[in-house]
Design a protein around this ligand. Sequence first.
Ligand code: GAR
Length: 206
Amino acid sequence: MDKIKIAVLVSGGGTNLGALIEAERKGIIKSGEIKLVISNKVGAYALERAKNAGIEALTVTKADCGSQAEFEDRLISLLTSHGIELIVLAGFMSILSERFTKTFSDRIINVHPSLIPSFSGKGFYGLRVHEAALEYGVKVTGATVHYVNEVPDGGKIILQKSVAVKDTDTPEVLQRRVMEKAEWIILPKACEMVSKRLIIEKSHKC
Ligand code: GAR
């Protein structure tokens, strides 16, 4: 059976994309193959990571498309024309509409840098999540990989991993620890789990 064709959507540095590329190289992801990377930010370093790994890398911005609906139409058209079967949001900082999430129902996953439902939903992204965790004073935080539906950070949880918070942490230090000890581990794992599920579903259809 062919591997599941994966697209990774990014907006920034792409360390999670780097972890996915590495996991595919090591065989941790063996049921899927990263075929396409799309950034909604011009010049995102994630694009360089994709190109260095020989993966097709494209940029699609909302400004160029004119509206959220046209932006999503462009994404849908690219994902469909590339035969993409699984979409991974890896630091993708744009909320997708119900129309988009329904188009790829149970085929979009996202990594979030907290233990959902804490510090999640609209307005909680990137460093802000860690600022909020430190402000609240939690002693344990972590990361979550979940399916994406129309509710921001509201889809079914696939994997979570906890990380200790230290008294001396700054948001940047905590962000790095959560990435290293949680995100870069559970995102590739979840990617393999979902790819495997999709292969099994495909084989039942044959
Ligand atoms: C990661 O910490 C990811 O969990 C977070 O943005 C960072 C992207 O880093 N995503 C969100 O906050 C989404 N709600 P990266 O570009 O180095 O992978």
